[in-house]
Design a protein around this ligand. Structure first.
Ligand SMILES: [Zn+2]
Length: 257
């Protein structure tokens, strides 16, 4: 599943392909968008900027119109030089924006909508987002406040996935952060100190910033390593579904006791 770092990295690639380049075509191949008339509404407009917040990506056009996308579990942004073969099937394309040099394609994107710029500032789903872990001015204090207002019986691993507490962190970085900070993801929030919460965030933020900038990710400590020996203590890594969405969390019962 794409996490904040892949979305920020996509925003950079999409922005480099679109900002300041004449748009020669916009296509919405899925029938769901047939009546939206985006090609007509966006025709002739230039892309002003592309940015990400948490796992949301915004393509901002001249004249106060913004395309908002969220990839959920399976979506992907592809940027291809014109004429190069796309790496996913064209049938899975929801949006294609063409310039003279590039095809920018959103595949499998369940959330894709055109809205005014001002609505991106007032939309409830967007204003409810917690601080973006990848923002240059990431607000640690706000993250702590929001987490303390959450249900304190909730497991910390579950609370860290809630985008209203912290935007951008997904299942992999949550598991890795809890391991590096030595925090058991099953502990209830009330038993986890502010310093421990910050230790998790500070462990993964630089790794996510590196990944968003295209630098290679370090090898994983626990994520997707169920039953394999812990790289630190050799205890088998455990895995179990957590939270309302039953997302599998991974942890070392020894290092994160
Ligand atoms: Zn261990």
């Amino acid at each position: 599943m794409p996490e904040g770092d892949s979305i920020h990295s996509a925003a950079r690639r999409v922005g480099a392909a679109l900002v300041g380049r004449p748009i020669v075509a916009i296509e919405t191949p899925q029938p769901r968008h047939a009546l939206d008339r985006w090609p007509e509404r966006l025709g002739g407009r230039a892309v002003r900027s592309v940015d990400a917040r948490g796992k949301h990506l915004f393509i901002r056009f001249d004249g106060d119109l913004t395309l908002h996308s969220h990839l959920r579990m399976t979506g992907h942004w592809g940027v291809y030089p014109r004429g190069e073969r796309w790496r996913r099937s064209a049938r899975r394309a929801w949006l294609v924006i063409r310039t003279e040099q590039h095809d920018v394609v959103e595949f499998d994107g369940p959330v894709l909508e055109l809205m005014t710029d001002s609505r991106t500032r007032f939309d409830r789903r967007l204003t409810a987002l917690g601080p973006d872990i990848l923002a240059t001015d990431f607000d640690e204090r706000r993250f702590l406040e929001l987490t303390r207002r959450d249900d304190q019986a909730r497991a910390v691993g579950d609370a860290l996935l809630d985008q209203r507490n912290l935007a951008g962190v997904g299942n992999m970085w949550k598991a890795e952060g809890c391991f590096i900070a030595g925090v058991d993801p099953w502990r209830p929030l009330r038993s986890v100190s502010g310093d421990e919460l910050l230790a998790v965030v500070r462990a993964v933020r630089p790794l996510m910033l590196d990944s968003a900038a295209g630098r290679r990710a370090p090898r994983r400590w626990v994520y997707d390593r169920a039953g394999l020996p812990c790289r630190r203590c050799e205890t088998p890594i455990r895995a179990r579904g957590q939270g309302d969405d039953n997302r599998t969390t991974y942890w070392c019962p020894e290092c994160q006791a």
